[in-house]
Design a protein around this ligand. Sequence first.
Ligand code: SF4
Length: 395
Amino acid sequence: MNEIINKEYINHVLTKAQSNIDTNEIEDVIAKIELRKPLSDYDVAILLYAPEEYDKKVVELATAINDNLYGNKRYFYGVTYVSDFCISTCRYCGDNICSLREGHRSTLTPEQLQKDIQAILDGDPDIQEICMLSGDNPGITIDKWIKYIGAIFEIYNNELTLNVAPFNFQEFKKIREAYPNNKLQFRVFQETYDEDVYRREHPSYLEIKDKLTDSSWNYLKNNGIYYPYKIDFSYRMQTQERALLAGFDNYGFGVLFGLNDIGHKALFETLAVKKHGEYLYKKYGIWPKTISFPRIQPSKGVDAVVPGYVSDREMERIIAVCRIMFPYSNMVITSRETAEFRSRIRPFINIEDFAAKPGPGGNYLNDVTFQMELADNRSGEEIRDNFVEEGYIIK
Ligand code: SF4
């Protein structure tokens, strides 16, 4: 059994709420939220399973908390992709190793990364957070990561979020020691908290041997790589702890909604997010700085099959419940979502990406291949204008 996520327990709580749902219990949970009392796991399960007629009420509760803490202020974060070279096998991602061909992927140099960051700063000089992403590229050693981070801090001084393949403790420490005074956050998505779904979506090389190109096999053989590191569910889930123990200031996490097609599906993931956040808070005294809600989008070369489709209505409920569970965490929404959906949930989230271009050099080059299709392709200026029209202030 996983130390943080007890699958049987979470399923039990959700099943109990689903089968016993009654109006009095729902009203009791609503009263607790209005009095700002903490919610039990069962309370959250009731809120998740409350019928459709409670949609408006749950959104109102989440909005009231958001208004109270953040008013009409929202802020943007910038996104930069260092490399789309990746040795992972994630079935849902077009950057996985199966599609590796000579000359097909790119990795920025520190100088190119600076240009990419400068393009973000040109669009929004006051941006408060930049998130650096990359595939699991073994060619980027820890010393190279330290150079990349240094290149960013030469031109940017606010919080830097690393959303790259998890480091071990010593690697985290090396980064922290190299930049002792800069604000560092490590964000990694568990993708799914269901270990069986995780295992299915992240197969070993042998399980998908027919899908690997000759280039893929040659790379793995020449570099002595026998298994995709991402296959290790527990190591990934312990990443935030390693980062905090090494002295990182903040951590973030998220789920890839649409992956889990078993049992309580996306609702299982939502209660698991509660358990993960509470575990880290109890142990380290820090709530997640950011919680993200990506939904699977079609990705180049990958069948656009979403195993556990999550509708807009369900997604709205899930995000609202997360806002209620984690009032002090930044709720992140990205250009994976349509402009309409972003507007719909803006009242109860507080951070959005600034026209992300999810491919290496995407912020300053044209014709970059993106990791996935985006539902919102507006420019940063258009997004900013839309915020202002809706009465928000950009911090
Ligand atoms: S999701 Fe990330 S780790 Fe998985 S294949 Fe894509 S880039 Fe690699």
